[in-house]
Write a protein that binds this ligand. Sequence first.
Ligand code: AMP
Length: 561
Amino acid sequence: MTTDTTTDATAEEEQVSFADLNLGPELLRALTGLGYEEPTPIQREAIPPLLEGNDLLGQAATGTGKTAAFALPVLERIPRNRKERAPAALVLVPTRELAIQVSEAVHRYGSDMGIRVLPVYGGQPIGRQLRSLERGVDVVVATPGRALDHIARGTLRLDELRTVVLDEADEMLDMGFSEDIDSILENVPEDRQTVLFSATMPDRIDSMARRHLREPVRIQIEREAPAPGEAPKIRESAYVVRRAQKPAALGRLLDLEAPEAAIVFCRTREQVDQLAETLNGRGYRAEALHGGLSQEQRDRVMGRLRGGTADLLVATDVAARGIDVEHLTHVVNYDVPSAPESYVHRIGRVGRAGREGVAIMLAEPREHRQLKAIERATGRRIPVESVPSIADLRARRLELTRASLHESILEDEDLDRFRVVVETLADDFDVMDVALAAVKLAHEASGAAVDEEEIPEVAPMERGRERAPRGRKGGGPPSRGMTRLFVGAGRSAGMRPQDLVGAIAGETQLSGRDIGAIEIADRFSLVEVPDNAAPEVIRALRGSTIKGRKPVVRRERPQNR
Ligand code: AMP
């Protein structure tokens, strides 16, 4: 028998706090310290049954908060001051990058509990892992291949396991880890709890769940669309940018859109504070609003917004709940929201009373799936647009200068006192030249200088991997700061982008996110990596086997193409 849980975003349910979920004081302190204000939908749904020891089958993608959804109950169930050396929990993940990310998260959440966590993945010297395992750990986060190595050596013992988590199970199957997972799970105690998270639920995942899970609670975090006709009048768009470029991209969009008043949503208090500071540093009038502020501080913020001394509110969902900004024109999702329903709530703040509102979303390449989930849930496509270029900005700023001159000509009553200046100059110059010089000075005085660098365009990642950026396939120089490498194996050898990403991320310090455009041709492949990492990548790839061969790897020479 399986228990079916459907998520429903009623207002009531949204008020659930982490404390309501029966998490202990250490974890609650850690979450407050991290600035998490309330559980995401997957956390609300998954944490209670997991704390009770149920198995769980969850469909959720990156960005939904699924890591904490399994990590918090895993941690809560580990006895305090545990002395055993063999781990109590094993998390299996597809890549080294994710292994590191998940163990960092477990470490952060468990910091007050003295939890010992260890990432275990291929490519890292096995000696260090051996020593840590020998000293004793509570949680191991491992890629399946390396986990099996340790199991075979007897260095990873499974007999104390209380929970096994399969994270991004569909990715693990795609990467060929199915048998490894089966053989690991054959050796774990019968009475352990098993948790499986996957962004997609193909039949193969279902049958894996049937083999290894017992009466799992099922959770699916994608939701049906709100009733048609409810959709407010909102112009929606998304921009795919790397994390480091987000502040610059936001600045450009704000310049171009020139919102009357906007709310920028972030996930955590820290992000809110940081972004408000960055925006103020860039000359915007931004106010931070989050659950850490006293009522008095909140009132002051809202007063500044209403009084027009601030035009941007940077806020968490919780803090923004219940406030009403009447002249709000823009909603910015600085991250892809953790669930489609919070997207719908956020953007519902504009486009009221028949006025058009604008909803902007900044997505990192790896958040592609969440973007798609939102589109499915709302039944609307969110067009992915290019971040405004320097040329767009220049044009826009000139347009603003033109508009203010236009207004001045129409409405300024004391223009006449400048007549003498124009007349004197007109003795020596053409009036057109006089006008040009005056416009230039006015333009510059409005702070309209453009001295920024172009923001590179990146494509959303399919299935968690990055593809070649739009419009650059088949040629052109590599992106700024990137070196393009030639790898002597292509489609005819069965090479796929994920093989290259896997090989590079598995063998070097780089993570999937550092890897740039990939192009697979018939007989060879090209991959962009950061300039300073190129020698390391070349060395590593030359020493590795990809698709069963040792390919030629070198810097790309343009005549190859
Ligand atoms: P994940 O889906 O697990 O990859 O998490 C996505 C991001 O959301 C991570 O950066 C987490 O730190 C963050 N996050 C997870 N849960 C919450 C929460 N309840 N409130 C705010 N941020 C969260």
